[in-house]
Design a protein around this ligand. Structure first.
Ligand SMILES: NC(=O)c1ccc[n+]([C@@H]2O[C@H](COP(=O)([O-])OP(=O)(O)OC[C@H]3O[C@@H](n4cnc5c(N)ncnc54)[C@H](O)[C@@H]3O)[C@@H](O)[C@H]2O)c1
Length: 354
C-alpha cells in the first residue's frame, strides 16, 4: 500500500497530537506541518518528521500533501478548510467545523463539489465510555431514554493560560460542540432527519453568564452556558459547559454524563479516567484514555479518531463523521447564542439541510 502524505495546519496543543498520529500510523506519512509560530512548526517537524512552514499556502502547494488536518483556533477553520479544498486536499478539521452557518455551508458545499473527503474531529464518538452507552441504547438496555445530563467543563486555566484566543471563542464552541455532536449521534438524529429511526431536537433553551473571566481575568468570553434541549420523543437533555472550574481540580476537564431511561440508567464519569490517580503536591488524574502516549506512540480515543481519518483516506472510505454533522452542531450552537440573547426558548429547525 502506498503511503498517504498528511499535513497539519496549526501545531499548538492539539495539532501536535495530529502530527504525532500521522507520524506513527501505518500507511500514513507526515509530509509537512505549518504554524504561524515558525519555531513551533520547526520543533514539531524535527520531532515528528516532515517539512515546516509558517504559512499554510506553502504547505498546501506541496503536491505530496494529499490530506490535511486543520487545527487552528476555532474562528480560523473556515478560511483554511476552503483553501485546502480548493487545492484538492482531503480535510480533517477540528471541532467546531466553523463558527457561522454561512461558513459551514460553504465548506460542506466546496467539499462536495471538489469530491474530497471532509471529516470533523468529534472524537467522543471513539470514546470507550460513549461507545458503551451507544451500544446500551442500541440494544435497548435502559429502555427508552427520558432524560440525559451531560456536563463538560474546563478549569479556568484553559481560557486564561492554554488558549491565547479564548476571547475570540466561547466555551460553547470549545466544549458544547462535543456534547451536542455526542447527543445527536447517541440518539440517531441524522437518521431521524432522513425519515429513519431516531430522535430529533425540537426546542432549545440556553442561559449564559459572564463576569469571572471578563472582569477578574480580562478575557472577554462568557463563564458558562446551561442548555436544555427538548427532543421529538419527549426526551429532555441538559448540557452544562463552564470555563471557570478552579485550577486545583485534579483534571483540566470534568465530564459527567447520565442517561436515564424507562427501564434503566447509564452513568459516565469521564474525568477520573477510570483507573489512575496521582497524589503528589496535589491530586491529579493522569490521562489514560483521551490521548496517552504508550511507549512513545499516541493512543487513546482522540488518537483513534485521527487514525480513522487516515484510514479512510487510505481506503477511500467515508468517515464516520462528516461536514454535515459539523454543520448541524454549528447550527445548534448558534441557536444556543440566540436563545441566551433573547432570554427564551427557540425552535430547532432543519439541522442537516444544505
Ligand atoms: N486543546 C485541546 O484540548 C483541544 C482538544 C480538541 C480540539 N481542540 C481544537 O483544536 C483547535 C486548536 O486548538 P489548540 O488548543 O491546539 O490551540 P493552540 O492555540 O494551542 O494552537 C493553535 C495553533 O495555530 C497557530 N496559528 C494561528 N493562526 C495561524 C495561521 N493563520 N496559520 C498557521 N498557524 C496559525 C498558532 O500559532 C497555534 O500554534 C481548536 O479548534 C480547538 O477547538 C483543542
Amino acid at each position: 500500500m502506498s503511503e498517504v502524505g498528511f499535513g497539519v495546519i496549526g501545531v499548538g496543543t492539539w495539532g501536535r497530537l495530529h502530527a504525532e498520529v500521522y507520524a506513527s500510523t501505518r500507511g500514513a506519512r507526515l509530509q509537512a506541518v505549518c504554524d504561524a509560530d515558525e519555531a513551533r512548526a520547526v520543533a514539531v517537524a524535527e520531532e515528528c518528521g516532515g517539512a515546516a512552514y509558517a504559512r499554510y499556502d506553502e504547505l498546501l502547494d506541496d503536491p505530496m500533501v494529499q490530506a490535511v488536518s486543520v487545527v487552528l483556533p476555532d474562528f480560523l477553520h473556515a478560511e483554511a478548510c476552503l483553501a485546502a479544498i480548493r487545492r484538492g486536499k482531503h480535510v480533517l478539521v477540528e471541532k467546531p467545523l466553523a463558527t457561522s452557518e454561512d461558513e459551514a455551508l460553504q465548506i460542506v458545499e466546496a467539499a462536495r463539489t471538489a469530491g474530497i473527503t471532509l471529516m470533523v474531529d468529534f472524537h467522543n464518538r471513539w470514546s470507550p465510555m460513549f461507545c458503551a452507552l451507544k451500544a446500551a441504547l442500541t440494544v435497548g438496555d435502559i429502555g427508552s431514554p427520558r432524560y440525559a445530563y451531560y456536563r463538560l467543563n474546563d478549569t479556568i486555566y484553559v481560557p486564561t493560560g492554554m488558549l491565547p484566543w479564548a476571547g475570540r471563542s466561547t466555551v460553547a464552541w470549545f466544549l458544547a460542540s462535543h456534547c451536542l455532536d455526542t447527543l445527536l449521534w447517541l440518539f440517531d438524529a441524522r437518521s431521524a432527519a432522513q425519515g429513519g429511526q431516531g430522535d430529533l431536537p425540537v426546542r432549545l433553551n440556553c442561559v449564559t453568564r459572564s463576569g469571572v473571566l471578563t472582569q477578574e481575568r480580562g478575557v472577554s468570553t462568557p463563564d458558562l452556558y446551561l442548555t436544555t434541549v427538548e427532543w421529538r420523543s419527549g426526551l429532555v437533555t441538559l448540557i452544562e459547559n463552564c470555563w471557570i472550574l478552579p485550577e486545583g481540580e485534579p483534571s483540566v476537564f470534568d465530564l459527567k454524563c447520565d442517561v436515564i431511561g424507562s427501564r434503566g440508567a447509564f452513568h459516565i464519569d469521564g474525568s477520573h479516567h477510570g483507573a489512575a490517580r496521582l497524589i503528589g503536591s496535589g491530586a491529579a488524574n493522569p490521562d489514560v484514555l483521551v490521548a496517552p502516549r504508550i511507549h512513545g506512540r499516541p493512543t487513546g480515543f482522540a488518537a483513534e479518531s485521527i487514525r480513522h481519518f487516515a484510514d479512510c483516506i487510505a481506503r477511500k472510505a467515508e468517515p464516520m463523521v462528516d461536514g454535515i454533522d459539523g454543520l448541524a452542531v454549528t447550527r445548534l450552537i448558534l441557536l444556543m447564542e440566540e436563545s441566551a440573547k433573547r432570554g427564551c426558548a427557540v425552535e430547532v429547525g432543519e439541522l442537516y439541510a444544505t
